[in-house]
Design a protein around this ligand. Structure first.
Ligand code: E4P
Length: 216
């Protein structure tokens, strides 16, 4: 399973990248706004900075919602760097735009996926990635991981090439479950990635080894 970090924060991206396990980055308008990125030039410069930090796929989301504007915006985003993947919302014009980008050799990540039907449409249109939002499904009282399992089954049976990108990750257990269910990618906030490191027996064991090492 590939690891992406889900943030627009350059320091966090660098920290995850320095671990040596990072395969890419996802952003969204909320994450970009959180970093104070405003205006077309600043947005493009920020994506360029991320691309220069990480050698992997970088999702950059369009802000428009009609077909023509999404295509125009996506073309500009894709021109920033060859690693940019244009992130498109799961709406009717979004599906049309994904098909247009597929036909024109531009990779896409279909975002805001909450059902198998939405993922099937995005895969049929040729999306490189579909992003089911696990945490937000869990927040609403359903089981987000069930969707990951269902998508894995459908994509295997149908031989879809689209990668399943588990998104809206809230904790380390989400990452483990996504791996278990065969997600191709997991995009995670830094604390969830670092959560994978933690086990009290590791801390106790290391403290003991260091204590014993003094007697060596
Ligand atoms: C996915 O690409 C989104 O950026 C993200 O995972 C959304 O997560 P949230 O539900 O924590 O906002």
């Amino acid at each position: 399973m590939k690891f992406f970090i889900d943030t627009g924060n350059l320091a966090q991206i660098k920290e995850a990248n320095d671990l040596g396990i990072l395969d890419g980055v996802t952003t969204n308008p909320s994450l970009m706004a959180k970093e104070g990125i405003k205006g077309e030039e600043a947005i493009a410069a920020h994506y360029k900075a991320i691309c220069e930090l990480v050698d992997g796929d970088i999702s950059a989301e369009v802000l428009s919602t009609d077909f023509d504007s999404m295509v125009a915006e996506g073309k500009k985003l894709a021109a920033i760097h060859p690693n940019i993947v244009v992130k498109i919302p799961m709406i009717k014009d979004g599906v049309k735009a994904i098909k247009w980008f597929t036909d024109n050799g531009i990779r896409t990540n279909c975002t805001l996926i909450f059902s198998a039907g939405q993922a099937i449409l995005a895969a049929k249109a040729g999306a490189s990635y579909v992003s089911p939002f696990i945490g937000r499904i869990d927040d609403s009282g359903w089981d987000g991981m069930e969707l990951i399992g269902q998508l894995r089954h459908i994509f295997d049976v149908q031989n879809y090439k689209t990668e399943i990108l588990a998104a809206s990750i809230r904790n380390a257990l989400h990452i483990i479950k996504a791996a278990e269910l065969g997600a191709d990618v997991c995009t995670c906030p830094l604390p969830s990635i670092l959560g994978l490191l933690k086990h009290p027996l590791t801390d106790i064991g290391l403290a003991q080894f260091l204590e014993d090492a003094k007697k060596m």
